[in-house]
Each structure stands twice: as structure tokens, then as C-alpha cells.
Design a protein around this ligand. Structure first.
Ligand code: 5AD
Ligand code: SF4
Length: 475
């Protein structure tokens, strides 16, 4: 992909700080956690230019859709949302107000010119690697300039162009936070658009990650989830100037006082190295929960997917991880109905789910993504077969999830309370195994703290418990 500047070079430079009332930016996020992280950064890059975030698109000066292209329906949703935004833009124009519409993220990256054709009222189209340039694109749109497409993969480090961590408006929104440490992917699974939309693998240096983590902790964060498309391929420059590992980074982060919990997502079985497995064994701050996508339990399908591992390789890997951390809870991603998937292949997937005992999983029907090798395979699976397989797989995973949650009854677990519940006296938190834990009659000051909870009952999607004693971890 490259920059498609439809009408000559950008003029006017970056937007100027507003002197009058702040302007408002509304960002709607689709897809993965990395998009959640990126959306916050988009608000951050506009803040020095006089923009504040709004939660309502009706009073916004800019509406940005941060999109996901991983599966078909996500892109469809973007186009129908754009239709509604066109009406809003017209209604605002009738009142004399200008609404700038932008599309960011992977649909923007993948569709570029096509989106310009289908939705010509969109003012800015920016890919995931170029959103730090939003201020100048907004200035140009404000000045009545034509639509702009900015989808190159620049040589400069996008992260280096973002405001420093401690200056970010959206730094911490609660006791848990995401932190992107790696982006892009070189694995080229045959179903996946990521290598094309997010580009090749890039890891941030330790120093920048540690600085961001410390700022998050100073702002009240207790748990950080490290993000990347293939986060365990992380190889950012470490403190000694060498290529680091995710295991090494986790150990460095664990030394930050006040940071109590670490997680990472999403990872690839091929990149689970010894250092990382060892960290699961002896780094107490690394939570005993691992999301490790396997996609299929059939070696034939895994090969067609270019996953570069077999089902047996995955199972042996899980055994090694369980030696290091016996109570680890495992989660995964699965695709059903990959081209050529037979009943026997699908049964192999069900077999793997039972054997590993996943307690959670994300399941998807295969969706042909334009430009990916598998989209061109001629043995595509009928929709009704995909629907049926998906339902069976989801049924099995739901059974295992319920059994795991029920097995937690009677256990005492440390819970980080990070959300309000349905009633005013309820708080909801996360167990080490990423389960939602609901507490009735919770003291309000528990929000943002870790406390011991006696689990009384496990349900399909949550645990209910009783407070034992408040255990506040402070720096
Ligand atoms: N069809 C269905 N699911 C997909 N995923 C990625 N690409 C596709 C596709 N073309 C799923 C994989 C991946 C998760 C993020 O999305 O399971 O791990
Ligand atoms: Fe996509 Fe993950 Fe495969 Fe990379 S490893 S190509 S992100 S599914």
C-alpha cells in the first residue's frame, strides 16, 4: 500500500491549537484490543490541537471510525455506519456546522480507493500506521480540501510520533490498561489479512515500553495487558542494546512497583520460547491465563493455513507450559469451515478442544478475505455447514467454560475490581484466570484494588463471591 494523496501535497501544516471552545472528536472502535489502544492514541494526537473526546457523535466536529477488516461482517458494519454518518453530515451542514468524517484502521488500509468510491463523503482515510498524521489531515479537511487517503507503511516509528506517555489525555481509564508493544505480522497464515493491513513485524524498544508502563502505574493502573498481533514474536531492543524477548520484557515490567498484574495477547504457538514459558513458571505478576490461538485440530488444515505447526506440536507445547504453571487457564481462536475442511478435520478440532481443556475460546466461521491465498481456494465450505460446525464447537467450549467456572466455587481468588456492576452496590473484577467476578454489597473504595474473594458460585460467564479481606497493594 502507498500514500494516495488525491490532490497534491498537504498544505497548511498541522492544525493550530484552538483558542476558543474546544472542538470535539468522537471515535468509534471496531475489532481487537489493539484498535481500542489506537483509538485512545488518536484522541491523544488531536488533544494538542484543541480537541477533546466526546461520547456522542451528535456534538462531534470529527467522527472517526477505527475499523477492523479481519472478518467480512465488520467491514459491512462500517459501510452501514458510514451511510448513517452521511445523513448526520448533511443534517449538520444544514445547520451550518461542518462534520469531518474519517475512517481509520484496517478497513481503511485495505480498501483505500474503493472506500473513496463507495463513500465519497468521507474526508480522511488513514491506515493503522499513519494515524499520527491526523492533525494535518484534519486541517486540510477543515479548509475544505478534498478527501485524503493515507495508507502507506512509513519508515518512521509511528509510536515515536505520538505524544509522550505522561502527556496523554487518555492514558489511564481505570485500573487496567492495554499497552501495544509489537505490531504487524510476518507469519502469513493463508486466511489472514493482518500482514497486509498492519504490515511486517515491528517491536518497540524496552525503554519506551517501560516508560509508558510507569506512566500508566502512576495514573493508577494495576494490570497491564501487552498487545500485539503476534506479541510473543516481540524482539524489541532491550536495556543492553540487544534484541529482547517477551519473557525478558515481562521480567523488566514486573520490577515496576505498583504494577501488580501482567497479561499478553495474542500469541503464536511457534513463538512460545523457553524464556517465556519460564516466566509463566516463576514470575508471580504474570497471570495464569494464556490465549494461544491454534485455529484447527487437523494437521491437514493447519498445513493449508500455513500455521507452521501440527496439533501434536501444540499439545506438547501446552504440556511444557503446564509443567511450568500447572493451573494455567487456556484460551484459543478457532476457525471452522476453512476451504476443504472435512467432517473428519472438524472432529479433530473437537478432539483437540477436549484434550487441551480450553476454558474459553473465540470461534469464527471462515470468511474469505480478498487478497489472501485461501480466498482463492476452490473448495469453499457451504454456509450451512459452517453454521452447524460453529454451533457444535461453541457448545463444547461453553460446556468446558461452565465446568471450569463451577470448579472455582470454594476457592479463594485475588480479584482486581475494575468495573461497576448492574446495581449501585455491585462491583465487578477479574480473577487471575480472566473470569468476571461479581461482588454484591461491595465497598466503593474497592474499585481499582485487588482483594481476596471467596468464590461461592460459578456460572456460564461469571463467578459470584464474598469478600474475605481487603488487600490493598500500594507502591
Ligand atoms: N476468517 C475467519 N476468522 C479469521 N480470523 C482471522 N482471519 C479470519 C478469516 N479470514 C480469526 C483467527 C484469528 C482471529 C483474530 O480472527 O482465528 O486468530
Ligand atoms: Fe494473522 Fe495471527 Fe497468522 Fe499473523 S499469526 S498471519 S496475525 S492469524
Amino acid at each position: 500500500m502507498r500514500t494516495q494523496d488525491l490532490d497534491g501535497p498537504v498544505e497548511g501544516g498541522p492544525a493550530k491549537p484552538a483558542e476558543a471552545a474546544p472542538k470535539k472528536i468522537f471515535v468509534k472502535t471496531y475489532g481487537c484490543q489493539m484498535n481500542v489502544y489506537d483509538s485512545d492514541r488518536m484522541v491523544d494526537v488531536m488533544a494538542p490541537h484543541g480537541y477533546v473526546e466526546t461520547k456522542s457523535q451528535d456534538d462531534a466536529d470529527i467522527v472517526l471510525l477505527n475499523t477492523c477488516h479481519i472478518r467480512e461482517r465488520a467491514a459491512d458494519k462500517v459501510y452501514s455506519e458510514l451511510g448513517r454518518l452521511r445523513d448526520l453530515k448533511e443534517a449538520q451542514a444544514a445547520k451550518g456546522k461542518k462534520l469531518v468524517i474519517g475512517v481509520a484502521g484496517c478497513v481503511a488500509q485495505a480498501e483505500g480507493v474503493e472506500m473513496q468510491r463507495r463513500a465519497p463523503y468521507v474526508d480522511m482515510i488513514v491506515g493503522p500506521q499513519t494515524y499520527h498524521r491526523l492533525p494535518e489531515l484534519v486541517t486540510r479537511a477543515d479548509n475544505g480540501g478534498p478527501a485524503q487517503i493515507e495508507t502507506e507503511f512509513p519508515v518512521v516509528d509511528k509510536f515515536a510520533s505520538l505524544p509522550a506517555a505522561e502527556k496523554r489525555k487518555t492514558l489511564a481509564r481505570g485500573p487496567t490498561a492495554f499497552l501495544t508493544i509489537q505490531e504487524g505480522c510476518d507469519k502469513f497464515c493463508t486466511f489472514c489479512v493482518v500482514p497486509y493491513t498492519r504490515g511486517s513485524e515491528y517491536s518497540r524498544p524496552f525503554a519506551r515500553i517501560l516508560e509508558e508502563a510507569r506512566s500508566l502505574v502512576d495514573a493508577g493502573v494495576r494490570e497491564i495487558t501487552l498487545l500485539g498481533q503476534n506479541v510473543n514474536a516481540f524482539h524489541g531492543e532491550d536495556e543492553a542494546g540487544s534484541a529482547g524477548t517477551l519473557g525478558g520484557l515481562i521480567r523488566a515490567l514486573a520490577r515496576i512497583d505498583g504494577l501488580e498484574r501482567l497479561r499478553y495477547t495474542t500469541s503464536h504457538p511457534r513463538d512460545m520460547d523457553e524464556a517465556l514459558i519460564a516466566a509463566h513458571g516463576d514470575e508471580q505478576k504474570l497471570m495464569p491465563y494464556l490465549h494461544l490461538p491454534v485455529q484447527s485440530g487437523s494437521d491437514r488444515i493447519l498445513d493449508l493455513m500455513n500455521r507452521q505447526h501440527t496439533a501434536d506440536h501444540y499439545i506438547r507445547l501446552i504440556e511444557r507450559i503446564r509443567v511450568a504453571r500447572p493451573d494455567i487457564a487456556l484460551s484459543s481462536d478457532f476457525i471452522v469451515g476453512f476451504p476443504g475442511e472435512t467432517d473428519a478435520d472438524f472432529e479433530a478440532t473437537l478432539g483437540l478442544v477436549r484434550e487441551v481443556g480450553f476454558v474459553q475460546a473465540y470461534t469464527f466461521k471462515y470468511s474469505p478475505r480478498p487478497g489472501t491465498p485461501a480466498a482463492g481456494h476452490d473448495n469453499q465450505i457451504a454456509e450451512e455447514v459452517k453454521v452447524e460446525r460453529l454451533a457444535r464447537l461453541q457448545g463444547l467450549i461453553a460446556e468446558q467454560q461452565l465446568a471450569f467456572n463451577k470448579s472455582c466455587a470454594g476457592r479463594r481468588l485475588p480479584v482486581l475490581f475494575d468495573r461497576r456492576g448492574r446495581t449501585p452496590t455491585q462491583l465487578v473484577g477479574r480473577s487471575p484466570f480472566l473470569q468476571s467476578v461479581v461482588l454484591d454489597n461491595a465497598p466503593a473504595h474497592l474499585f481499582g484494588q485487588i482483594a481476596e474473594v471467596d468464590i461461592e458460585e460459578g456460572f456460564a460467564m461469571s463467578l459470584h463471591g464474598r469478600l474475605v479481606k481487603e488487600e490493598v497493594f500500594s507502591a
